[in-house]
Write a protein of this length. Sequence first.
Length: 222
Amino acid sequence: MSVPAPDVRRRAARSLGRSSEVLYARARQILHARGVRGRVADVGCGHGALRAALGGIAGEYIGVDALRFDGFPRDAMFVEADLDRDPLPIPDRSVDVAVALETIEHLENPRRFMRELTRITRPGGTVLLSTPNQVSVLSLVTLVTRGEFNAFQDADYPAHLTALLPTDLLRLARECGLDAIEIAWSHHGRIPMTARHFPRWLSRRFPRALSGNVLIVARVPL
């Protein structure tokens, strides 16, 4: 397996290696509701903050990324990988859960990435990933006023490469043969033209329009 190229490492570093605590909590909530536990592969793990957020859900935790960020837990397993070009360095059907929060938008080939998440997950296991919500009010207002999706402006490039709609995520999951597919929302999003966020109760009432992130959760068939 090749060492991640310098440009891949630079893009990984620009991601800062961390998502929002709201998103970590939402991932835990979704997995808990499905009764999911066991060996977790956190692909695009960054600093490894998801490990603590999952708590007892992760019986064993494996972090995968293009570089090991400072602060990654010393007692956790880490494997280095070029998520764009190489197969994930994890055996087939060997994890109970494959999680990739705010990772797929950083990659050149989202279909290949989804196939890899599916490959490493055991039959009956769970695949969960998230990406910026391109159909939110914030993103659509930004598209109309600036000609760019909110999370894919010049300042976000080249860290953010691939904008995906919820429909795209559904298509990817189906193409990979996943079932029990659900779309979920972060229930947290910024008000356009401001630094403020919508009230949580309002984001829950209109999740598609007001959530900053979309998640997809699915099962590998038995």
